[in-house]
Design a protein around this ligand. Sequence first.
Ligand SMILES: NC(=O)c1ccc[n+]([C@@H]2O[C@H](COP(=O)([O-])OP(=O)(O)OC[C@H]3O[C@@H](n4cnc5c(N)ncnc54)[C@H](OP(=O)(O)O)[C@@H]3O)[C@@H](O)[C@H]2O)c1
Length: 278
Amino acid sequence: MIHVEFNGTKVPSLGFGTWQLRDKDCEIGVAKALEVGYRHIDTAQIYENEEQVGAGIKASGVKREDIFLTTKIWMSNVRDGALQRSLDVSLKKLGTDYVDLLLIHWPVKEVPFADQMSGLKKVQAEKLTKLIGVSNFTVAQMKEVAEQLEAPIATNQVEYHPFLSQRPVLDYLQSKNMFLTAYSPLARGKINHEQALETISHKYGRSVGQICLRWLVQQQGVVAIPKAGSEKHIRENFDIFNFELATEDMRKIHALAHPGGRLINPDWAPHWDLHEAA
Ligand SMILES: NC(=O)c1ccc[n+]([C@@H]2O[C@H](COP(=O)([O-])OP(=O)(O)OC[C@H]3O[C@@H](n4cnc5c(N)ncnc54)[C@H](OP(=O)(O)O)[C@@H]3O)[C@@H](O)[C@H]2O)c1
């Protein structure tokens, strides 16, 4: 396992995503991931699986302090006050008295960011979360919270895979020593039909999924959180730390980004940063 570091906190570069893992499948998936060696789990209030994530952690027998656990505050809960109340509920469901990282799930324009960051900073001061961060924020929005409001955000969790450039977001995060958490790192399964990735996969004798995840974690300050429902994929995705992609292959994968590559773009999404080359 490799790690990124933020203000002395080590974050495993590979985590286990749980969106759409429900009920017993979620509990079994989380327990299996921890058995395989994952030590970073990603959930959210809106996934309605925090209870099962907590049960999976308990069933695994892995000590709580050895796991980096993230949850996200849903859009209806971002106001100072509501945020704390909703986090209390999340912690009860997760069966823990703190998370390692707490994120605002989407930028909510109707609530001043000062209000949202005030809630985040308070729960961090109360040690209910170790790190705080955002998700789906643009560079301008990150600048507002990090620079004007002085919220010590550790990460921005955004969609990132070979078909979508995140150059502007990554440049900003790297310049501030923050890290990027890559969601949908396997492009929700779409990576499997790309000839260029298959060619690289044959060269290294690795699956296309492993090539994509290796490409992500090999970049400075990037963490990836693939979701897998099957044991085969859980194991395969974890087995990416004993090979390295050559610079030319890293470049070839970067070149696959294109303007239509974004998969997650709901009505409430912000005006995304665009990379001219993509
Ligand atoms: N912050 C946000 O707004 C946001 C948005 C989206 C996602 N997320 C987080 O990011 C996590 C990952 O994103 P995601 O779930 O959208 O998509 P993803 O991880 O890119 O893709 C998951 C899909 O890929 C398949 N898969 C897994 N490993 C594979 C492999 N080695 N080879 C081929 N296919 C493989 C899975 O199949 P099986 O399940 O059958 O194994 C599943 O269908 C989520 O679970 C969630 O925690 C956050």
